[in-house]
Ligand binder design. Structure first.
Ligand code: UD1
Ligand code: UDP
Length: 371
C-alpha cells in the first residue's frame, strides 16, 4: 500500500486519553502511515496534561479554548481552523473520537472536503437528544457522516445496524480507554496526594462536570456527599475539580473547607488512575470513568438518569442513581454498609475489552488500504 496520511483530531481530555493509544499504534507503523496529530484545544490545561503523560507533540494546535465558551463558538473556530489544515494537508482519512463538539465539528469539516472519516468509539446511544447534552446529538451526527465505525462492544454495533449502517464497515474493537490504562499502569507514579489517601478511610472518588448537571443536580449530589461524610467518620472524599467555571463555582459554594473532603486540581491521568485504584467507590457523571473503574474492580454510581454504557449495567459494575439527593445518599450508604452488594459490583467483569483496541483499529486501517 502507498503511505497514507491519517489526521487524528481531538480537543478535550477524554478524547486525548482514548486517542493516544491509537496515535502510538499508528506511529509504530510509520512505513504505512504518516500520522498528523491535530489538537483543537477545546480544553487547554486538561488537554496538555494528557499530551505530556503520553509524550505526544501535536502537528497542529488550533488553541480555540476560551473561558466559558459557547458550543457555537467551539464549532465555528474548529471548523474554520480545520478547513485550512485539511485544504493544505489533504489527509487520506480523518479519525475522530466519541461525542464532543470538537469531534462533531471535525467530522463535518472532513465531510465538506469529502475526506473519509473513521469514528472511534462509535455507536453509543441513549436516544434522548438532551441526555447527555450535546453529546447524544454529536455522536448521532458523527455516525451519519462516518465511513468506518470502530465500536467498543457488540451492543454498540447493534445500535448502528439498527440505524442501517453497513455491517462491513463496523468493527468491534473494545474501548481504547483500556489500552490507555495498560500504558499508565506501566508508569511509575509518585505524588504527595497518594500519601494523603490513608488506608484507614474508605475513599470515595468524586467527579462531576456534565452540562445537564450544572445547577440543582450538582447541588443535590454535593449535599448527599456532605451528609455521607458527616454520618460516616471512616469515609473521605477526593474530588479532582473540573476546570469548567460553573463546576468550580458550585464546588466552592458547597464543598469547600469541609472535613474529609479533599478538593484537588485536575490530575494527570497516570496519577488519576493510581488514585482510582485506591478508591472504595467511584461517584461520577463522567463517561470515561464508567469504562475505567471496572478495570480497577471499583463499583461506580452514575450520577445521571440514563447511560449510553448499558454494558456496565449488565455486567453489574455500574448503578445509575440519578442526581436526586436522597437517592444518591441511599445508594452510597448501601455500598458502604452492604458487603454482599459491594462485592458483587466490584467483582463484575470489565466489558470493554482487553486493551488491544488500538491494535485492532490500525489493523482495520491496513486492510482498508491494502492493494
Ligand atoms: C467537554 C465536552 C464533554 C466532555 C468533557 C470532558 C463538549 C460540548 N463537551 O465538556 O463532552 O465530557 O469536555 O471533560 O464537547 N476549561 C479550562 N481549561 C481546560 C478545560 C476547560 O479552563 O483545560 C474551562 C473553560 O472555561 C471552558 C469550560 O471549562 O470554556 C468548559 O469547557 P468545554 O470543553 O466547553 O465543556 P466541558 O464541560 O469541559
Ligand atoms: N481524568 C484525569 N484526571 C482527572 C479526572 C479524570 O486524567 O482529574 C481522566 C479519566 O481517567 C478519564 C477521563 O479523564 O480517562 C474522563 O474525562 P471526563 O470525565 O472529563 O470526560 P468524559 O469521560 O465524561 O467525557
Amino acid at each position: 500500500m502507498d503511505r497514507k496520511k491519517i489526521a487524528v483530531v481531538f480537543g478535550t481530555r477524554p478524547e486525548a486519553i482514548k486517542m493516544a493509544p491509537v496515535i502510538k499504534e499508528l506511529e509504530k507503523n510509520q512505513h504505512h502511515f504518516d500520522t498528523q496529530v491535530i489538537v483543537t484545544a477545546q480544553h487547554r490545561e486538561m488537554l496538555d496534561q494528557v499530551l505530556k503523560v503520553f509524550k505526544i507533540e501535536p502537528t497542529y494546535d488550533l488553541d480555540v479554548m476560551k473561558k466559558n465558551q459557547s458550543l457555537s463558538e467551539i464549532t465555528i473556530s474548529v471548523m474554520k481552523g480545520l478547513e485550512d489544515i485539511f485544504l493544505k494537508e489533504l489527509p487520506d482519512m480523518v479519525l475522530v473520537h466519541g461525542d464532543t463538539t470538537t469531534s462533531f465539528a471535525a467530522a463535518l469539516a472532513a465531510y465538506y472536503q469529502q475526506i473519509p472519516i473513521g469514528h472511534v468509539e462509535a455507536g453509543l446511544r441513549t436516544y434522548d437528544k438532551y441526555f447527555p447534552f450535546p453529546e447524544e446529538a454529536n455522536r448521532q451526527l458523527i455516525d451519519n457522516l462516518a465511513d468506518l465505525f470502530f465500536v467498543p462492544t457488540e451492543l454498540t454495533k447493534k445500535n448502528l445496524l439498527n440505524e442501517n449502517k453497513p455491517e462491513a464497515n463496523i468493527f468491534v474493537t473494545g474501548n481504547t480507554a483500556i489500552d490507555a490504562i495498560t500504558y499508565t499502569k506501566s508508569l511509575k507514579v509518585e505524588h504527595p496526594l497518594l500519601d494523603k489517601l490513608t488506608t484507614d478511610k474508605k475513599w470515595i472518588l468524586l467527579t462531576m462536570h456534565r452540562r445537564e448537571n450544572h445547577g440543582e443536580p450538582m447541588r443535590n449530589v454535593f449535599k448527599a456527599v456532605k451528609r455521607i461524610v458527616d454520618e460516616h467518620k471512616d469515609v473521605a472524599v477526593v474530588m479532582p475539580v473540573h476546570l469548567s467555571p460553573t463546576v468550580q463555582r458550585l464546588v466552592k459554594e458547597l464543598l469547600e473547607d469541609q472535613d474529609r473532603i479533599l478538593l484537588v486540581e485536575p490530575l494527570e491521568v497516570d496519577l488519576f488512575h493510581k488514585v482510582m485504584s485506591r478508591a472504595y467507590l467511584v461517584l461520577t457523571d463522567s463517561g470515561g470513568l464508567q469504562e475505567e473503574a471496572p478495570a480497577f474492580d471499583i463499583p461506580v454510581l452514575v450520577l445521571r438518569d440514563t447511560t449510553e454504557r448499558p454494558e456496565g449495567l449488565e455486567a453489574g459494575t455500574l448503578k445509575v442513581v440519578g442526581t436526586e439527593q436522597e437517592r444518591v445518599f441511599q445508594a452510597i450508604n448501601e455500598l458502604l454498609n452492604n458487603e454482599k452488594v459491594y462485592d458483587k459490583m466490584s467483582k463484575a467483569a470489565n466489558p470493554y475489552g482487553d486493551g488491544t483496541a488500538s491494535i485492532e483499529i490500525v489493523s482495520v486501517l491496513m486492510n482498508f488500504y491494502a492493494d
